[in-house]
Design a protein around this ligand. Structure first.
Ligand SMILES: Cc1cc2nc3c(=O)[nH]c(=O)nc-3n(C[C@H](O)[C@H](O)[C@H](O)COP(=O)(O)OP(=O)(O)OC[C@H]3O[C@@H](n4cnc5c(N)ncnc54)[C@H](O)[C@@H]3O)c2cc1C
Length: 417
């Protein structure tokens, strides 16, 4: 399909923009979906209310499965060049003992990365723009537009200059857990499991080399070395334990320090207060659910469609996987509208099947069983991630169109410096 040049026009009081596909949310899920679709020759507009580059509430280790997908997007080299360390050693401490292992070379991956989100999201956005997609930051989407049949035909929102409408053949909600698109189309939950997990984290300077995990009863803490010699130091607990520590402390920094001192003393003693580089941030309740991810003219990808507790560190990998699956479905439906329902239904069934094993492990871990069971689930997780990485690695690469004459790498539209 020939890319249409996007252009502002005036309709009623709103400025109107036209694009073949509009994607709401320009981080992992949105930017990756945009890159795949733009590479396949589609005209894609990304909208996000945030300004970039910017951080978001997330720790950020990327599993082997996600590394395979980043490689397919062609961005692993950029990530390594950004200065995030290659991580090859994983250490696990619990009352059952200490384990250290080296990441094996499988499916083209012999290290993992934990890039800061303001770097990862920026590199993915640049990759999308490089493929010909467009990005408008600082645009809040308020709802969807429908035609007389109820089909979704665009979105409306606003930026600092006033109201905006975007008319599109397909609307993708990549707008995270609290997705406005999911609410606007009334995307119903399809699977819901109990959610009780909380995660708090901050960045510390230090001599960090390995991914570290520290398990005690009811607390899973860890270290993800990242840019600038810093590490993301985090603790996942039940929501009730997180609230208990919050109530007993003067602020979130003191609460995280107390959790670590009580439950991961070997880590806590290496965290000098003067080495803390950021305030503690986090999330007190991390839901476990799937949503119906498509309907006439719309789809959901990433956390907007599937959210799970961060205890397995697999959300970024899930978002990258679903971006690839969805882009293939949307590509098919744009080329052949009669196949829209079957292509998007296949996206849903692939998403659910490929998520099921790690989702069940996630729910099991988030319930904090005894340490023996927790460690057994961690072993299951490692096997499940490797199996998923193998399946993703063996899939044919997404379709890429011939290079588009005149495709823009619209750097002027992006905030990144
Ligand atoms: C505490 C915590 C720790 C985590 N740790 C890990 C980890 O170690 N490893 C891992 O793989 N995953 C981790 N995750 C999960 C991971 O952060 C998410 O799965 C991932 O960010 C999902 O990406 P996304 O693009 O779907 O959504 P998001 O990253 O949430 O991006 C959504 C975007 O949509 C935009 N948006 C929302 N609403 C609108 C609107 N109305 N108009 C315009 N724009 C809008 C937002 O500004 C945002 O930029 C963690 C999550 C949490 C909460």
């Amino acid at each position: 399909m020939k890319a249409k040049e996007t252009a502002w026009a005036t309709s009623r009081s709103a400025r109107v923009l036209e694009s073949e596909v509009v994607i709401i949310g320009a981080r992992v899920a949105g930017a990756a979906t945009a890159r795949h679709l733009a590479r396949a020759g589609h005209d894609v507009l990304l909208l996000d209310r945030a300004d970039f580059p910017s951080d978001t509430i997330s720790t950020h280790v990327i599993a082997r499965s996600g590394m395979v997908l980043l490689d397919r997007l062609g961005v692993v080299g950029d990530l390594v060049e950004s200065g995030t360390p290659r991580l090859r050693r994983v250490e696990f401490t619990s009352d059952l003992g200490f384990l250290s292992r080296t990441i094996k070379d499988r499916y083209g991956v012999d290290f993992v990365l934990a890039p800061r989100r303001y770097v990862l999201d920026d590199i993915l956005q640049r990759a999308a723009l490089g493929a010909g997609a467009h990005l408008r930051a600082g645009v809040s989407v308020d709802g969807v537009l429908r035609d007389e049949t109820g089909r979704i035909v665009g979105v409306h929102g606003h930026d600092e200059s006033g109201p905006i409408e975007v008319h599109a053949r397909h609307v993708v909600g990549a707008d995270g857990l609290s997705s406005r698109i999911a609410r606007s189309v009334d995307a119903q939950p399809t699977i819901v499991r109990p959610s009780s997990g909380a995660c708090q984290f901050a960045y510390f300077a230090g001599d960090w080399e390995a991914i570290e995990y520290h398990l005690s009863d009811g607390v899973f803490a860890g270290v993800f070395p990242t840019h600038g010699g810093e590490a993301c130091v985090w603790a996942i607990t039940t929501e009730s334990l997180a609230r208990h520590y919050r109530h007993g402390a003067h602020g979130a920094d003191e609460a995280l320090a107390a959790v670590l001192a009580d439950h991961a003393p070997g880590l806590a003693e290496r965290l000098a207060p003067e080495d803390q580089r950021t305030p503690v941030r986090g999330m007190l309740r991390m839901p476990n659910h799937f949503r119906k991810p498509f309907g006439p003219g719309w789809s959901l990808v990433g956390d907007a469609g599937y959210h799970r507790d961060a205890i397995t560190g697999h959300g970024i990998s899930d978002a990258l996987r679903d971006a690839e699956l969805l882009a293939q479905a949307v590509d098919t439906s744009l080329h052949c509208p009669a196949l829209e329902v079957s292509a998007l239904a296949r996206y849903e069934s692939h998403r659910d099947r490929m998520s099921a094993r790690i989702f069940e492990i996630t729910v099991g871990l988030a319930a904090f069983p005894d340490q023996e069971r927790f460690v057994a689930l961690q072993r299951d997780l490692a096997v499940a991630i490797d199996d998923l990485a193998g399946e993703l690695h063996s899939r044919p690469l997404p379709r890429a169109a011939e290079a588009r004459p005149g495709a823009r790498t619209d750097a002027a539209l992006t905030a990144p410096a």
